[in-house]
Design a protein around this ligand. Structure first.
Ligand code: SF4
Ligand code: SF4
Length: 250
């Protein structure tokens, strides 16, 4: 089982993006966020992504979102069902080759920081739960970068994807960390925000406010700042996706 086999399998199971990095790239990360705290025998991080359908945020832009469209197809069902199924299928496929992979959900690691859920099982171990920063993992796997608006941006789909992680005991050929920037500081995100990029927790410009299950994070992909970013990236040809009908920048 080589890297190309893992990538082909992930795509067969529905992944649109796959990146691979050795866990040594996590050196220096706090034990509370280190994937090796979960699987000490692990050698490789695999990050898989699935696209958010672009049409899920169309109704938000029109000021008339269909109930549940962006939150369900763009967030909850996408992460909890479609991406989870892709992750599960890939883990089982890897186990059938004789290797393990620990599947991990992509929680917002900053939001989890203030919520210790248990006591360490022994001295020197981090308190459960250990949360791995999916944005760091996706970056280290060469998939993109965090833009100025805090959203993870890829050269393929801009802001429109969700990620899950797998930590495997199989060494695999890594991808290079992306050298070029995708966010070019165009400032479209800040210009589009009606609240001067403050009060995101009260944002009614398309953000999805999550509950305790996702640590009350504000999902900004469909918010004015996220939609303007996508429009700006598309307009200037900075991502590979091409579409007939553009989004507005403001
Ligand atoms: S809108 Fe421009 S500055 Fe803001 S995150 Fe996107 S690319 Fe970066
Ligand atoms: S989430 Fe809303 S308030 Fe926060 S930066 Fe984006 S548009 Fe502005």
């Amino acid at each position: 089982m080589e890297a190309i086999d893992v990538k082909n399998a992930a795509r067969r199971f529905g992944a649109d993006l796959v990146g691979i990095a050795p866990l040594s790239r996590f050196d220096g990360v706090a034990p509370q966020n280190d994937p090796r705290s979960i699987f000490p025998q692990g050698k490789t991080m695999i990050v898989i992504g699935r696209r958010i359908p672009r049409g899920t945020i169309r109704g938000v832009e029109a000021g008339n979102p269909a109930n549940g469209t962006v939150a369900d197809f763009g967030l909850y069902m996408l992460e909890d069902q479609y991406l989870a199924k892709t992750t599960y299928d890939l883990v089982i496929w890897m186990e059938n080759q004789g290797f393990e992979a620990v599947p991990m959900f992509g929680y917002d690691v900053e939001a989890t920081a203030g919520v210790p859920l248990g006591a360490p099982v022994s001295e020197g171990k981090p308190a459960p739960n250990v949360y791995v920063d999916w944005k760091r993992a996706a970056h280290l796997c060469g998939l993109g970068e965090v833009g100025r608006n805090g959203l993870f941006i890829t050269p393929e789909f801009g802001t429109l994807q969700r990620f899950a992680m797998l930590v495997s005991d199989r060494e695999l050929a890594p991808d290079e960390v992306l050298e070029r920037n995708v966010c070019d500081n165009c400032n479209a995100c800040e210009e589009a925000c009606p609240l001067n990029s403050t009060l995101c927790s009260k944002c009614s410009a398309g953000a999805v406010q999550t509950d305790f299950g996702r640590f009350h994070t504000v999902d900004k992909i469909s918010a004015a700042c996220g939609r303007a970013c996508l429009a700006s990236l598309e307009e200037r040809g900075l991502i590979s996706g091409k579409f007939t009908t553009p989004f507005r920048k403001h």
